[in-house]
Design a protein around this ligand. Sequence first.
Ligand code: ADP
Ligand code: MG
Length: 366
Amino acid sequence: MIGQSLSLRGITKNYERICAVHGTDLEIGAGEFVSIVGPSGSGKTTLLTMIAGFERPTTGSVLIGDVDITGLAPNRRNIGMVFQKYALFPHMTVRKNLEFPLRMRSKAARSDIGARVDAMLDMVQLTKLGHRLPHQLSGGQQQRVAVGRALVFDPPILLMDEPLGALDKKLREAMQLEIKQLQRRLGATIIYVTHDQEEALTLSDRVAVMHNGRLEQIGQPFELYANPNTAFIADFVGTINFIPGVIVGDERDHSLVRLAGGPVVKAAKRAKAPVGSAVSVAARPEHIAISATPGTEQTSLPGTVEAVVFSGAHRVAHVRLKAMDGLTVRVTLAGETSIPSAGEPLTLYLSPDRLQLFSAQTGRRL
Ligand code: ADP
Ligand code: MG
């Protein structure tokens, strides 16, 4: 089946003491792959269970296409769901697990059960294992059964709640690829919850970031990375350094910021905040240089290398700054540079076009 669009309109969920989800609006297009990321307890699962129908929103509505399904029972929503803990029936074979959602549904779905299960076993590459019980399968195979069970009734929308969280890194990456390929083949709309921002950036058309029950920003992966609305998003999506400072003036289109106990730097833009405002100056590790570019307006910050960390694709130096109470910042070392070692002095160079400002009070981008 081709994917359908999904709308959340002013969705709120209050439990007795707490508000797990605050008035949230979200529009997801047919066939779109949207990830929901955020720290533990930020409301991701609650949002998903309201879409699936296991929880009723306190206020607001859920629509598939333009049909309001807020009051509909889960098994009448035509939405597939995959959980982190697989939730397979332990006493049923793989085949019976896949048959189950078809038997739970309408008469129409119950025709051709055998053929549909065969096709799904083939799709998730478990044809030879249909007779096994879940405990006789590896974690990755169990997860493929869970995905197959969610897809067997051909839902236009598939919800996945940390589906790969229990798998090791290698298997997780292989399964990510399989999910992506399945989606391309089926055209289903996927809403994918993960606390792993890297996974979200890799898989998704758009990423929605939740924080304290609010949807703080939604956008294409690069958009979130390049133009985060808040310091929280900047920090959650990728790696970033924050250096505290105070706005001391401006120069044409740029704010001037005195770093705490350090020099004055020029920000990329003029901040919408008055002189005297406390700010965080933010710079990604790959946006800080360790050698000067002649003819540019860089600010130099002397420091000492604390450690150099190898992360597979590149190295990252942790540099303790002389000023700013010995704050440590992370700097990506490009391939061609000679690698400094711990204890060596190293001067960092900040360029105005790379520095974003966030309010120290509200965390909003200025
Ligand atoms: P996440 O999936 O992002 O980790 P959850 O949606 O599970 O977050 O939880 C959001 C908040 O709502 C948490 O504070 C959690 O303790 C609370 N919560 C979730 N489910 C319930 C429930 N059934 N009753 C009371 N509080 C709940
Ligand atoms: Mg959760």
